[in-house]
Design a protein around this ligand. Structure first.
Ligand code: ADP
Length: 173
């Protein structure tokens, strides 16, 4: 590899990711304690799925759109889905209350190896990966701990701020 003379990294993944310091924490779904009602009231386009609130180990990533389609399909099949139905992403569902509604098992719609970068990954490399892999979002970790998320739109906004130009013309055209 040739040494690059002007190897200048202006920003890092941690500068672009959400949440910002002042924002509410990253919204995650737990693998076997969410309800249909809870999932339906979310607002982001996608969610990291973690083991539990106490053990926030990453299990996968799920798109809100896919969640809503699956819930809708289950309702159409009349699977007994109500707001209190558990949404389960784990391989083995937790023990079910005898009089409770059956859980909705959605492991199949989860991306089991979502793309991640570390907080110190330079943004030019991150942008390159987004382009080459056609990513819509990626997760950000520090020492394996889940820190945040970067969406394609976050990158476009960041580049627009830097270049003060039409973002679409810079990155993804
Ligand atoms: P887009 O960036 O395309 O509008 P979203 O609606 O998912 O997509 O995200 C809106 C903003 O919220 C973005 O800045 C994104 O980084 C952030 N965001 C996305 N998902 C989450 C999440 N699960 N928790 C916290 N913030 C998120």
């Amino acid at each position: 590899l040739e040494p690059k003379e002007e190897f200048e990294h202006s920003s890092l993944a941690v500068d672009v990711m959400r949440p910002r310091r002042s924002d509410p924490p990253l919204a995650v779904l737990t693998q076997d304690s969410m309800t249909v009602g809870g999932v339906e009231s979310t607002r982001y386009s996608g969610f990291p799925v973690v083991v539990s609130q106490e053990s926030p180990r990453l299990v996968g990533f799920v798109l809100r759109r896919d969640l809503l389609i699956s819930i809708d399909n289950a309702r159409k099949r009349q699977d007994g889905v109500v707001g209190a139905s558990l949404v389960v992403f784990s391989e083995h569902p937790p023990a079910q209350a005898p009089d409770g509604p059956p859980p909705l098992r959605l492991r199949g719609i989860m991306d089991l190896s979502p793309f991640t970068v570390t907080d110190h990954t330079p943004m030019d490399i991150t942008v390159d990966i987004f382009r080459k892999l056609g990513l819509r979002q990626c997760l950000v970790t520090h020492n394996g701990r889940l820190l945040g998320i970067i969406t394609k739109k976050d990158i476009l906004k960041h580049m627009a701020q830097i270049a003060n130009r039409d973002p679409d013309s810079i990155l993804f055209n």
